[in-house]
Write a protein that binds this ligand. Structure first.
Ligand code: G3P
Ligand code: MG
Length: 277
C-alpha cells in the first residue's frame, strides 16, 4: 500500500524530480531525487500530436528544450503540435546548464562535470518514467496536465490508465490533476489507482469534493493550508500533501502541523530535516 511507504512518516516528494539539481521532468532529475532519498517523484504529463504521453510541464516546449533554437518555424512550440519522434530529437538538458534555474551549479552543489552530463537529456515518456520508478522500487505522482482545446482532452485519461495498467503499477502511482473531470473519469475506469485532487485554495466543501472524486489525498498549495485544515482533512480520512515547499522553515512548520507529504524542488534538504526531526 502506497501510503505506508514513506521513510520518515512524511512523504518527501521530488517536484518534477530533484529539479534544483537536474533538468526538471527528466530521468536525470529522477536519479538525483533517488540519490537524495526522496520517497516519490512528481511528474507532469501531456499528450503529443500522435497521441503519446510525454513528461513535460508547460503547454509549450520553449522553456525546457532547445525547440526554439532548432525549430524556429514551429513557434509557439505547443507540445500537442509535435510528434513524439520530434520531441525525442530535442535537448531538454542544456537549458538547465545555461540558466542554472536554482543557482545550484553556481553554489557548487552541482559539479561542472555533472551539469555537462545533462546536455542532450531527452524528455521521457510516461512509460519511461513508470519503468524507472518500478525498476527502483519507488513511487510516482503523475499529474495530468489540462489538455483543454486540444485533441488530447478526450483521450489523455484513458491513455494514462492503460499505461499504468499495462505496467501493473497501480500500487506505486498516485494520479493528480486540477482537471477534476479527468480524476472522476480515471476513478470510473480504474478505482484501484489512488487519486489526489490539486487545489490552489481550499473550497468551502473540500470534503464533498474529495468524496465526489474518490480522492485519497488533497494536494494543496502551501499558502492555503494550516494545522486546522490538516486536522479537518485528517478527521475525514484524507491525506494532505502540500506543494511546493522549498523554504526550510516552512518544511518544519508543515511537518509539525501534520502534513502527510511535501512536494519540494529541494528533496536533499527535506531528507536532512526529516532525518533529524
Ligand atoms: O503537484 C504539485 C505541483 O506539481 C502542481 O503545480 O505547476 O508545478 O505542476 P505544477
Ligand atoms: Mg506538477
Amino acid at each position: 500500500m502506497l501510503w505506508r511507504r514513506s521513510k520518515h512518516g512524511v512523504f518527501n516528494i521530488a517536484h518534477r524530480g530533484a529539479r534544483s539539481l537536474a533538468p526538471e521532468n527528466t530521468l536525470a532529475a529522477a536519479r538525483k531525487a533517488l540519490e537524495c532519498g526522496a520517497d516519490m517523484w512528481e511528474i507532469d504529463v501531456c499528450l503529443t500530436r500522435d497521441g503519446e504521453l510525454v513528461v513535460v510541464h508547460d503547454d509549450s516546449l520553449e522553456r525546457t528544450s532547445n525547440s526554439k533554437a532548432i525549430r524556429p518555424e514551429r513557434n509557439p512550440w505547443r507540445v500537442h503540435e509535435f510528434s513524439l519522434e520530434e520531441i525525442r530529437r530535442l535537448d531538454f538538458g542544456s537549458w538547465f546548464i545555461d540558466t542554472d534555474p536554482f543557482g545550484q551549479i553556481a553554489a557548487g552543489w552541482v559539479s561542472r562535470e555533472e551539469a555537462a552530463s545533462y546536455a542532450g537529456e531527452p524528455a521521457p515518456t510516461l512509460e519511461d518514467a513508470l519503468l524507472f520508478t518500478r525498476r527502483h522500487d519507488w513511487l510516482i505522482n503523475v499529474e495530468i496536465k489540462d489538455q483543454a482545446s486540444t485533441p488530447g482532452d478526450a483521450v489523455i485519461v484513458d491513455k494514462v490508465v492503460s499505461t499504468i495498467e499495462t505496467l501493473d503499477m497501480e500500487q506505486r502511482v498516485i494520479v493528480s490533476s486540477f482537471r477534476y473531470d479527468y480524476l472522476e473519469k480515471l476513478r470510473s475506469l480504474n478505482p484501484h489507482i489512488a487519486v489526489g485532487a490539486l487545489v490552489l485554495q481550499l473550497p468551502a466543501d473540500i470534503v464533498g469534493l474529495l468524496r465526489r472524486l474518490g480522492a485519497e489525498a488533497c494536494h494543496i498549495h502551501h499558502s492555503a493550508v494550516d494545522s486546522a485544515s490538516i486536522f479537518h482533512l485528517h478527521a475525514w480520512g484524507f491525506k494532505v500533501l502540500v506543494w511546493t515547499v522549498n523554504d526550510e522553515g516552512m518544511m518544519r512548520s508543515l511537518i509539525d502541523a501534520g502534513a502527510d507529504g511535501l512536494f519540494t524542488d529541494f528533496p536533499q534538504n527535506l531528507t536532512r530535516i526529516l532525518e533529524f526531526a
